[in-house]
Design a protein around this ligand. Structure first.
Ligand code: NAD
Length: 288
């Protein structure tokens, strides 16, 4: 099977066969984020704050990024996480759909954290009326926040990583709605533009995986299924809950911690050879 440089065996020295035999090797250390700096958009929300907590527990300093209207939630949340995990947690306010605010966010991140190694690009909305006859305004708002907002915040993250000459990890929140129309008891749920943005986010994450690999930057997406993140509380009936989980093989919603574990993995060196994937965390929904 000799192809090319068969005499230059040193090229193979980069592939250790049994790292576990090295005295200091500990596989669980790969999940540590000690000393890393990260930000989470949608940091006041269910998935965002749970990912921030996971990253903080793993040793990272984290900026929680959300709308100014979340101030009353974000300030005490930052204080609670900092106290519990003894790391630096900074609340930062930014509408991810506003270009000037995202430019200002870049400066605030550098001031607050020094740099950015990991970014959870997660802010998103499902605007009422997002169906086949949706008004232009519903479509535009969804695209502006979910897709353009993801692009703009990912841009500042990867530029900071490259300007500081280190690699990093971008994790985007796609959705099972980016893969199918969410069949709920007879028809699709209203995710027309939402699903389009979530499909777009995944392809954008894949493109960046290819383009940024030379800089040591990994780029992946997660696709949560139905997650009891807080957004459904008080909004769906037990009957609607049962209809939603009917096509889910595990027959339940997921939890915020189940998403946070996946995002911790992708952020950490445990995923050092993982880029361009869409990690479906959906109780098996996507197998049908
Ligand atoms: P959530 O509503 O609790 O969190 C979303 C957060 O985004 C909120 O804190 C909100 O203030 C923030 N946000 C909204 N618009 C923003 C803007 N313009 N700029 C900055 N921040 C903004 O919902 P969640 O369930 O935690 O959702 C987080 C992400 O996960 C979203 O992208 C959502 O589409 C996605 N998702 C959720 C589920 C689920 O079942 N919960 C499933 C698949 C995907």
């Amino acid at each position: 099977m000799g192809v090319g440089r068969m005499t230059d065996a040193t090229v193979f020295d980069q592939y250790p066969l049994d790292e576990w035999k090295e005295p200091d090797h500990r596989i669980m250390r790969r999940f540590s984020l000690a000393g890393r700096k990260g930000f989470v958009t949608g940091g006041a929300g269910g998935l965002g704050r749970n990912v921030a907590a996971a990253w903080a527990e793993a040793g990272a300093d984290v900026a929680l990024v959300d709308l100014p209207s979340t101030r009353d939630t974000l300030e005490p949340l930052a204080a609670e996480l900092a106290k519990r995990y003894d790391v630096n947690i900074v609340p930062l306010y930014c509408d991810v759909a506003d270009r000037e605010q995202v430019d200002a966010l870049k400066k605030s991140l550098i001031t607050a954290l020094g740099t950015v190694d990991i970014a959870f690009i997660n802010a998103g909305v499902n605007v009422p009326g997002d169906d086949a006859d949706e008004p232009y305004e519903v479509w535009k708002k969804t695209i502006d926040i979910n897709l353009t907002g993801a692009y703009m915040t990912a841009q500042i993250a990867q530029h900071i990583m490259r300007e500081h000459n280190h690699g990093g990890s971008l994790i985007f929140t796609s959705s099972l709605s980016g893969h199918n129309a969410n069949f709920i008891g007879g028809g699709p749920s209203p995710v027309a533009a939402y699903g389009a943005t979530k499909a777009g986010i995944y392809e954008y994450a894949r493109y960046l995986a290819a383009a940024l690999a030379p800089y040591g930057i990994r780029s992946n997406a997660i696709s949560p299924g139905y997650v009891w993140s807080g957004i459904f509380d008080g909004r769906i009936t037990p009957d609607a809950h049962d209809l939603m989980i009917a096509p889910v093989p595990m027959h339940r919603f997921g939890t915020n911690a189940e998403i946070a574990s996946a995002v911790l993995f992708l952020a950490s060196d445990a995923a050092s050879y993982v880029t361009g994937i869409n990690l479906q965390v959906d109780g098996g929904y996507s197998v049908y």
